[in-house]
Design a protein around this ligand. Sequence first.
Ligand SMILES: Cc1ncc(COP(=O)(O)O)c(C=O)c1O
Length: 396
Amino acid sequence: MFSQRCYDLGTARSVIRELFEYGKLRANEVGADKVFDFSIGNPSVPPPPAVEETLERLLTTVDPLTLHGYTSAQGDLAVREQLAASLSRRFGHPYEASRLYLTVGAAAALCCVFHALTLPGDEYIVFAPYFPEYKVFMEGAGAAVNILPPRYPDFQIDFAALDGAVNERTKAVLINSPNNPSGAVYTPETLTALGELLTQKSRKYGHPIYLISDEPYRELTYGAATPWVPDFYSNTIVCYSYSKSLSLPGERIGYVLVPPEAADADAVYAAVAGAGRTLGYVNAPSLFQRVAAQCDGLCADTSVYAKNRELLTDELGKLGYDTSHPPQGTFYYFLPTLEPDDVTFCEKAKALDLLLVPGSGFGAPGYARLSFCVPTARIEGAIPVFAALVKQYGRS
Ligand SMILES: Cc1ncc(COP(=O)(O)O)c(C=O)c1O
């Protein structure tokens, strides 16, 4: 016998992955230049030169047994000290190594936090549109998930819905800003109101309601910088990943930060470390712990993302698509579909070898997600296909 739940997860289709695999098959059939795959969020720019330089330096100056050996379960102490110093400098708080737990990307960071916090009967609140794996991670930790509908069209927070949803079982609210898939970046006003509401609800229910901030796109913005969430609410736990900022998704490196101001910070940190043990996530990759700490705060050259975003806004706008809310961050364009049924719209696009992900998979019907972390030529090539799609709706 085996776990039915795990079997179901292992065989359930992920729309994004399925589309990505389809794109590869289709490229073999008709040629890669005729398939316009915007399905997956894999960075399309190389890591910043500092990553290569750091790797080279580490490989030539550090004893290989140290470099490739086990580190402390929570991450090498010197690495955590360096990272804590970097975060302290960048965000103006005196963070210490003892607050940081190095993880295998943001996915592991989130899983550790959910496992660390969840008691039977606990509930997490998530705002749509949302990264679909959240549900898997939260339910895997034994929690219930309450997904609140999107606030169209700016994808900030619907506070009336949140006010009605928080209850005595709410353990935490999860936010993801800049957001995958909407590209929305929460404003200081949104975060201030969120902090106030959670403070008031924590008081009402007599226990801290945590705010979990999932921030793999923190540095990928096209205007104002991403606000530092712990500045707005003390019971914040930060989950971060270098997958997107340093273009290192395959190296699997990120961290959990439990700031000292958070309620029961020491115990929560210990529970995160315990969750890492239960999940077998101890000792994030040793070499990339060091690279991450030394390159923290840097970012790949994302000028191509900015260029692609502008191109999409201009060209799709000219064709009649609604581009009035371009993404403020990430490398995803969340485009209102030309009919309410986003799945049908994306099927019609797929028939033209234009691969877009339906918004309903992220809890936001009526939209399609377009990953623009692609060569600009792919976007240029796709414009006539977007035009052909518009024609099918009798608009041109
Ligand atoms: C919103 C969000 N959170 C978490 C993750 C997981 O990131 P990682 O690759 O660091 O595990 C992703 C990956 O795409 C994401 O988009």
